[in-house]
Design a protein around this ligand. Structure first.
Ligand SMILES: [Mg+2]
Length: 116
């Protein structure tokens, strides 16, 4: 499945009656909530002696992706371009791939550097 097909599939279960602001909140809080669920799995596997259930982890990652797709939809951005923009950003920042000590930081970005 490609990103844009996934994004289309996500719309099937999204409430179509939300205003822009309601949807922005719903999808943003959904990302945070599902990221928390994923983090809880990792916490339990790393600190509580529980085996990481990869099937469960996969479902939580999918839940995060769902909300990311819907957040992009609310901004009228296709998910493929979100993915490509991230690849482009990281390619520019880390032209040689991972390197201990970090990558190239750009001054005058109009947003906070997220470290990705
Ligand atoms: Mg979940």
């Amino acid at each position: 499945m490609n990103f844009n097909k996934f994004q289309e599939a996500c719309k099937r279960t999204a409430n179509p009656n939300l205003t822009y602001s309601e949807a922005a909140m719903n999808w943003a809080l959904g990302i945070a909530g599902e990221a928390g669920e994923y983090c809880e799995l990792i916490k339990k596997s790393e600190f509580h002696g529980k085996m990481l259930n990869k099937d469960h982890a996969k479902k939580e990652l999918g839940d995060i992706l769902y909300y990311v797709a819907m957040a992009a939809t609310n901004l009228s951005i296709d998910l493929e371009s979100v993915a490509q923009a991230n690849v482009d950003k990281l390619t520019a920042r880390y032209p040689e791939g991972f390197k201990s000590g970090g990558g190239i930081r750009h001054i005058n970005n109009d947003h906070e550097d997220d470290g990705c």
